[in-house]
Write a protein that binds this ligand. Structure first.
Ligand code: NOJ
Length: 575
């Protein structure tokens, strides 16, 4: 199924924008918050650092790299799920929300990690996976055993004597069917993701209270924020009506922002967020700017910031239009210019590598284009989320066989296409470019065996380029991608204008160069980014003769609009 493949390759969920409201403001109102000033570094624990030689990253491994993380200048870490899990979906199938996955360590390790972060001034954001649990969670085990279980209503069941329920699309199921028949109680249960990820029933107040108690458990330990996985899907119309013809063109429209979602978030805010100084963000931002605003407008007391997908979905194997890319970032910025707050990101654990998708990972341009992309992410308005390994310019693996892939949905889709006579070669081409395992290969620490990630064969093979692309080598080189990342992070931290300043796009039709200004309290910065591999010119109409160069990924700059391939420059303009 075409729809299914596209979804797998561009990660999970895309949000289509149904409305576009432009708010022009002459003054930038500044409502300061620590999480707006944060630079979030996302760690995929399974792939970051293995301390015990089992080939799987773990908490002690992260602890051993805390000084490295601190040295980046980032001040918040978002950890992908570390709870007990049978790992059908690498931790996004939780079997005990108050325990640590055995592969990753113990609660003592967690406590030490949190302390180590706090000692270094780094905050920790936990991934909360509560659209679904694992089918191995005690709740589900009990719910599945009997129709009268007190946990039955923690999930969505459809008794088989009512006939087959109306079709629901599953993102991860091999047959794309979100209803799974369970003979024990002669009923179907709902799973938007895999059959081992049954959806939780948010209509049930007991379930909701359980979730808030779990969140409080972590907040009391001192965690500083929550990222709610797939939460825009949590609320459902539990009558499960038939979808109209053509639903597959935009299934998110039927899945996102179901009935009572805002009520649940308000309740969560009252019960959890309002009681602790935590940041809160949900994956996905609904179907329109209005939805996104309603999630994060401070007056509504729901979430802190929106995490929308439109921009991260732009990259395609055949390339992408920079004019479109600029339009997307600009319309989101303008929609949030006066109210609400956005996350800025181009990569995460559901995506292939940043430089391979948005830059150029060939030997000639990998470094310079990685630096250019870091410059972009660190100079936009919104909280940047930066994915581990991108600071080294880690690139796609070059998968050419399904045997190299660990990712469950990708393997399922391959199997599905095989069974239904689909085009496996075309699928593998898309996997090569976009499969999320590209972003999950082991972190490249040094040039020793297994990239210094582990003393044993890793759960997913390291990219072959680890002998040349690695942290140890880049530490020694003042001009490395890594050291450039540290500088651009520092530049953001030194310049509140880059956090709160008004954004204005210049030269919008330029097909190769992205230029914009950021302005706050009389200070004005100009950012010019060449997104292509040819010399190009920015037509900003600004005189740069007396402008102060704050950073350049080439080390110098021409004080003109002339830009070399993937050149990135930030100037402070004279008043
Ligand atoms: C979104 C997460 O980012 C992804 O990694 C996961 O597979 C799904 N939600 C299901 O939890």
């Amino acid at each position: 199924m075409k729809l299914r493949s596209a979804l797998l390759l561009t990660a999970l969920v895309m949000t289509s924008l149904l409305s576009c409201k432009s708010n022009k403001s002459s003054e930038t109102k500044v409502d300061k918050k620590w999480w707006k000033e944060a630079i979030v570094y996302q760690i995929y624990p399974r792939s970051f650092k293995d301390s015990d030689g089992d080939g799987i990253g773990d908490l002690k491994g992260i602890i051993s790299k805390l000084d490295y993380i601190k040295s980046l200048g980032v001040n918040v870490v978002w950890l992908n799920p570390i709870y007990s899990s049978p790992n059908d979906d690498n931790g996004y199938d939780v079997s005990d929300y108050r325990n640590i996955m055995k592969d990753f360590g113990t609660m003592q390790d967690f406590d030490a990690l949190l302390k180590g972060m706090h000692d270094r001034g780094i905050k920790l954001v936990m991934d909360v996976v509560v659209n679904h649990s694992s089918d191995e969670h005690e709740w589900f085990k009990s719910a599945r055993a009997s129709r009268t279980s007190p946990y039955r209503d923690y999930y969505h069941w459809w008794n088989a004597e009512r006939g087959h329920p109306n079709y629901r699309y599953s993102l991860f199921d091999i047959n794309h069917d979100a209803w799974k028949y369970d003979s024990v109680t002669n009923a179907y249960y709902l799973h938007y993701f895999s059959g081992k990820q049954p959806d939780l029933n948010w209509e049930n107040p007991k379930l909701r209270k359980e979730v808030y108690d779990i969140m409080k458990f972590w907040a009391q330990k001192g965690v500083d924020g929550f990222r709610l996985d797939a939460f825009q899907f949590a609320a459902k119309d539990t009558t499960f009506p038939k979808w109209p013809e053509g639903w597959e063109k935009d299934f998110i429209k039927y899945y996102a922002m179901g009935p009572h979602l805002h009520d649940y978030l308000k309740e969560m805010n009252k019960e959890v967020f309002s009681k602790y100084d935590v940041m809160s963000v949900a994956e996905g931002a609904g179907n329109s700017f209005q939805d996104a605003h309603d999630l994060v407008d401070a007056d509504r007391k729901e979430l802190g910031m929106a995490y929308a997908f439109e921009a991260v979905d732009i990259a395609k194997p055949e390339g992408y239009s920079l004019v479109h890319f600029k339009e997307v970032f600009t319309k989101w910025d303008s929609a949030f210019a006066d109210k609400g707050w956005l996350s800025i990101f181009l990569a995460n654990h559901d995506q292939a590598r940043l430089v391979s998708r948005y830059g150029d990972d060939s030997p000639l341009y990998r470094e310079v284009s990685s630096k250019m992309l870091s410059t972009f992410l660190m100079t936009m308005r919104g909280t940047p989320y930066y994915y581990n390994g991108d600071e080294l310019g880690m690139s796609n693996f070059g998968f050419d066989s399904i045997g190299q892939i660990n990712d469950m949905p990708t393997r399922n889709e391959y199997q599905h296409l095989k069974e239904t006579g689909g085009d496996l070669n075309a699928f593998m081409d898309r996997v090569k470019f976009g499969c999320r395992d590209n972003g999950r290969t082991p972190f490249q620490w040094d040039s020793t065996l297994f990239a210094g990630f582990s003393s044993n064969t890793p759960w997913l093979a390291a990219n072959r380029n680890y002998t040349t692309v690695n942290a140890a080598q880049q530490e020694k080189d003042p001009n490395s991608v890594l050291n450039y990342f540290r500088k651009i992070v520092q530049l953001r931290k030194d310049n509140p204008v880059l956090v709160y300043g008004k954004y204005a796009l210049l030269d919008k039709d330029n097909k190769g160069v992205y230029s914009f200004t950021r302005e706050l309290n009389g200070k004005k910065l100009l950012i010019m980014l060449n997104f292509g591999k040819i010399n190009d010119v920015a037509h900003t109409g600004l005189d740069l003769k007396d402008a102060t160069l704050l950073i350049s990924n080439y080390g110098d700059a021409s004080h003109s609009g002339d830009l070399r391939p993937f050149e990135a420059v930030v100037y402070e303009l004279k008043e």
